[in-house]
Design a protein around this ligand. Sequence first.
Ligand SMILES: [Zn+2]
Ligand SMILES: [Zn+2]
Length: 292
Amino acid sequence: MIVDFHSHTSQSDGTLAPRELVAFMRERGVEVFSISDHDTLAAYDQFEAPSNARVVVGIEINTTYLGNEVHVLGYRLPLHDAGLEALLEYNRSARRERIERIVRQLQRHGLKISMDDVFAEADGDVVGRPHVGKALIRNGISGDIEEAFRNYLWRGRPGYVAATHIKPHEAIDAIHAAGGVAVLAHPGRLKDYAIIDELAGSGLDGLEVFYPRHDDDDVTYFREKSHQYGLVMTAGSDFHDIRYHTHGVGRAVDDTDIAPFLEMVLPAVERAADTVPQPACQLQEEESRGGL
Ligand SMILES: [Zn+2]
Ligand SMILES: [Zn+2]
């Protein structure tokens, strides 16, 4: 089946508005999907659940641990949970402070860029380094995003500021406290794979085994890890922008590989129904309150 549990909209650092991304999912025949914006669920207030696909409410929480950027995906989340919101707001304000420091450093370096320029590139209230990159392009300083990162934003460059997010354990705990399922995003991007073992011992529920940048060896390795710790396997495109992610959305997976995850995030009645699919439970609750 075709699924996609990892994608971004303009509410974080993606380019498409939530409605456009959902239309893209529909166009590509994605049967079950999540929007997983960084540190915000705002996209879920901005689209109608499609009639031909099931939606699992998701998020990607940025954390840092032992010098690694560790991204924790959360699924089956309520849209308005006070504890989770507090943690997300902490992360969003840490992001803003980091971006302010980056902009100050770039200004000191003699570049023409302001916080207003950066906010002008963001639709929602989540700002990140890609928005700084886009501001640099708009101001005629860089030709494209890669060049902006290479010249100004990477470690050792004038605009580099280390991220100071929460620890992954805190994200896992907050997702569980909200009743959700915690999955480690793109484990192949970690510098230190021992983090997988540690988080598996700290309540992690799943691994994003199927990911565009994972080759066959990576998939085999992470599949083994999932078996070793009893973690469910998930699949995602991490789609942000068609210019950089030409693969688009949707990943074809074996039903047996994805079934344990679907069992955790979809109500039993939906998995059994092969007639008219219904939106996931959180969305139904939201609809009954007129939220979507
Ligand atoms: Zn990520
Ligand atoms: Zn992502």
